[in-house]
Design a protein around this ligand. Structure first.
Ligand code: GLC
Length: 553
């Protein structure tokens, strides 16, 4: 990709060029000039939401500001009248130490800088998903170059021929991770990428391509530099990713069928089928691509397919994945073996398959998108990433977003406990653990992917809090993280029902734990940053049905 001639254009783009046509007609509200000196708490939320809505109007790229500062000084700490938390400076230093260089240019951050750990495995690589919070931190701090380098480097890797044994992977697949090999003698740097062919379990990451598109929009939104997204290479990269996930097959649902372990939870955890994490990222990536794709001969066809898919996907998710008290009660009373179009219980879910815990877990007020829905199978587990991305992408209606946050508040002990935030709830144990994980000793109950607590999720929680107007929840969670994270040397995850113990095999100096904390801090301090990672509701996708009656329609 060295050959890509990128124009360095001014900050404001022509609206016609990047017409976010699903939103453009809807959000014609006056622009709010948010004073950055004021703390978020002083600002009214209606002000904030107007600002955000306008900021997203036409994807107009009035910056979600990143500022240039002295190289080592986080702009976010220099601006405040109050003293920043001492952890912020430490976190910046650790984040900079995690930078990975290719031919002298920073191109990403290493997953963990933990040299003490006996097994390096692949933690010395740049993971696409792990780099997202690092990228956001750099963008928020006015350092977009590394993000641009990363986007181009991964785009270049996408062009490789990818093979697992004798089987060739789809052209558009993005790597899970890559590594830079330095040859000191020949003074050469080379890249090696992993598309799943080396990964434990040999699963290709479905989330990487989606994160790539989401990050491209974040970069564009933050810098106002449209020229990168507009290059033929980036346009093609997007189309290739989309071709993979929009292809027609035997599907009867608009959701994306996935193998176990194809996302952040990258080992067998019973998330095969239609996992919420992937569906929410899919939805968000489709919306981001829609805003960035050119309506030229090649792009136009994709734009049309995206619009149709978004419509069907939002209907499906909002209707069938949504669970609240009323919905649960309806499922509990379901009849089974219904045939034909009049069926209420469309997927033939057996009420007996509802696990006991969910009846206690469900508050009277509140709700969430469940983990998975497929024929006769509902995975009732709560997953953090999918639910928060649903809020950020506006896959969740405003009512659903508020309900997700209501549930987080009323189930604080279970979901946050002493360390934000549970990756999923609850853990699976005993016989079920044996069957579902295949006896995975890393994923014992309340550990790692099985109900472990992951500090990286703090940034997603914070973003969702800001979007739904509940900064105080984010503050509470950040306060908790600040009591432990630095002292424990930024672990990858915590174990236990309350997240009190540093994870059994958790890496230290885990980069996304560090970056996630910084992003959470910077967003809370300057909520206008939210615009780079949030999309306003598209009124055209409003459900025609009421949430409580969705099962019967
Ligand atoms: C683990 C996590 C995965 C992460 C990787 C690198 O495999 O499950 O989500 O990307 O570590 O940190």
């Amino acid at each position: 990709m060295e050959g890509v001639g990128l124009r360095n254009v001014g900050s404001h783009c022509s609206l016609a060029e990047m017409d976010d046509f699903d939103l453009s007609r809807l959000l014609d509200k006056p622009k709010l000039n948010i004073e950055r000196q004021r703390s978020f708490d002083e600002r009214s939320l209606s002000e904030l939401s107007i600002g955000l809505a306008r900021g997203l109007d036409h994807l107009d790229f009035t910056y979600s500001p990143g500022r240039r500062s002295g190289f080592d000084t986080p702009a976010s700490s220099a601006r405040n009248s109050f003293e920043p938390h001492p952890m912020v400076a430490e976190a910046w230093e650790a984040l900079r130490r995690s930078l990975v260089y290719f031919r002298g240019q920073p191109v990403g951050t290493i997953a963990a800088n933990d040299h003490a750990s006996e097994e390096v495995l692949n933690y010395d690589q740049v993971f696409v998903r792990d780099f997202v919070p690092s990228a956001l931190a750099f963008l928020m701090n006015g350092e977009p170059d590394i993000v641009k380098n990363f986007l181009l480097k991964t785009l270049y890797l996408q062009g490789w021929e990818k093979q697992i044994d004798r089987f060739k992977l789809g052209e558009g697949a993005m790597p899970a991770s890559f590594k830079v090999l330095h040859d000191p003698i020949r003074k050469m740097d080379t890249l090696i990428a992993d598309f799943g062919e080396s990964a434990i379990g040999r699963v290709a990451p479905v989330d990487s391509g989606f994160w790539w598109i989401i990050l491209l929009r974040a970069y564009t939104k933050s810098t106002g530099d449209l020229s990168l997204a507009e290059t033929p290479e980036c346009q093609k990269g997007m189309r290739l990713i989309l071709a993979l996930c929009l292809s027609e097959g035997f599907d009867t649902f608009p959701t994306l069928l996935c193998a176990d372990g194809c996302s952040m939870i990258d080992r067998r955890m019973g998330i095969y089928g239609y996992p919420i994490e992937i569906q929410a990222l899919f939805f968000m990536a489709l919306r981001c691509a829609l805003a960035m794709l050119k309506h030229d001969a090649e792009g136009k066809e994709f734009v049309e397919r995206i619009v149709k898919r978004l419509h069907a996907l939002s209907y499906h998710m909002r209707s069938y994945f949504w669970l609240d008290f009323q919905q649960l009660n309806d499922i509990y009373r379901f009849k089974t073996e219904e045939y034909s179009h009049t069926a209420v219980n469309k997927f033939n879910v057996m009420p007996d398959s509802i696990p006991e815990w969910v009846f206690d877990f469900m508050p009277t007020r509140g709700g969430y998108f469940i983990g998975n829905v497929s024929p006769a199978r509902m995975d009732f587990r709560w997953f953090a990433l999918g639910n928060f991305v649903a809020i950020l992408s506006s896959l969740a209606t405003p009512e659903q977003s508020a309900a997700i946050m209501d549930l987080v508040e009323s189930r604080w002990e279970e979901l946050v406990g002493e360390m934000p935030l549970k990756i999923c709830y609850p853990a699976i144990e005993s016989h079920e653990w044996r069957i579902v994980t295949g006896c995975d000793p890393k994923n014992t109950r309340w550990s790692y992917h099985n109900g472990g607590s992951w500090p990286v999720l703090l940034w997603l929680l914070t973003a969702a809090c800001i979007k739904t107007g509940r900064p105080q929840i984010a503050r509470r969670a950040i306060d908790l993280a600040e009591t432990r994270l630095l002292k424990d040397n930024w672990p990858e995850y915590y174990d236990g029902k309350l997240g009190r113990y540093v994870g059994k095999q958790a890496r230290k100096l885990q980069t996304w734990s560090i970056a996630g904390y910084l992003v959470a801090k910077m967003m809370l301090e300057d909520p206008s940053h939210l615009g780079m990672i949030s999309l306003e509701e598209d009124k055209q996708m409003k459900p025609v049905i009421k949430r409580s009656s969705s099962w019967t329609c």
